[in-house]
Write a protein that binds this ligand. Structure first.
Ligand SMILES: [Zn+2]
Ligand SMILES: [Zn+2]
Length: 240
């Protein structure tokens, strides 16, 4: 009833494209924008989740065959496209909210998780979002990964932990750098504050976008060093 009244006073609009939504909606993203999400299709690298050429024998991509990642597996809900034709609604959603405070972003992101997330069936003990550095969090006001992590934790009925993994060095934004440079940029950027929280646990690490996987790999490395038993990574989108 309250949402109806609020919707009447502030007509609801799609968080991605701005189209008007029905007055009685509880949703934040319109049906066409949700329907435009393109899932990553098998075959995928069993480690990092990158698409593989169909018909090949190898279950791992070129990069994972070279150096296995520190996480057990990574999967994404959708491919990140940022074409001028607006081909990725997820890209539009993330871009639109990246530098503006919008409390509804978490709800909008969660709507993309409606289909069963592509996760390891064994379950998890903790959901941990990739943290922002304090300074950036203060400046931006929220962490997209934490909003997504909160939505996933609710869905999986699993505790959310935003305190144990910390970003201890502010790093330059991961833009337009090659794989090696991206890995060096995040090296030693993360620390586990309370190793006892993660020792022996199965961790689901959550981020908004994965590019080369360097950030997730570095987080997984310190979680592993602290004794984490299993570390899977779920991102909303994957840049390929
Ligand atoms: Zn829309
Ligand atoms: Zn791979």
């Amino acid at each position: 009833m309250l949402h109806y009244l609020l919707n009447f006073l502030y007509p609801p609009r799609c968080a991605v494209c701005g189209a008007g939504l029905p007055i009685d909606t509880t949703r934040r993203v319109c049906a066409p924008c949700l329907g435009a999400v393109e899932p990553l299709r098998a075959p995928l690298c069993i480690l990092c989740g990158a698409p593989l050429a169909a018909g090949g024998d190898d279950q791992r991509c070129r990069h994972c065959r070279g150096v296995a990642p520190a996480f057990d597996s990574a999967r994404a809900i959708t491919r990140y496209r940022s074409g001028a034709d607006g081909s990725s609604t997820v890209a539009a959603l993330l871009r639109r909210h990246k530098y503006g405070l919008d409390q509804s972003l978490g709800r909008a992101l969660a709507e993309y998780l409606d289909a069963a997330p592509p996760l390891h069936a064994g379950g998890y003990d903790l959901v941990i979002p990739v943290p922002l550095h304090r300074a950036r969090l203060r400046w931006r006001g929220f962490n997209q990964a934490a909003l997504l992590g909160a939505a996933l934790a609710r869905r999986l009925n699993c505790p959310l932990d935003v305190a144990t993994l910390a970003r201890v060095h502010a790093t330059a934004p991961q833009t337009a750098r090659d794989r090696g440079a991206r890995a060096r940029n995040v090296r030693n950027a993360f620390a586990v504050r309370r190793p006892s929280r993660v020792a022996g646990r199965r961790i689901l690490l959550v981020d908004d976008v994965m590019t080369t996987g360097a950030t997730a790999d570095e987080c997984a490395r310190v979680l592993r060093a602290a004794g984490a038993r299993r570390i899977d990574v779920l991102t909303l989108a994957r840049v390929l």
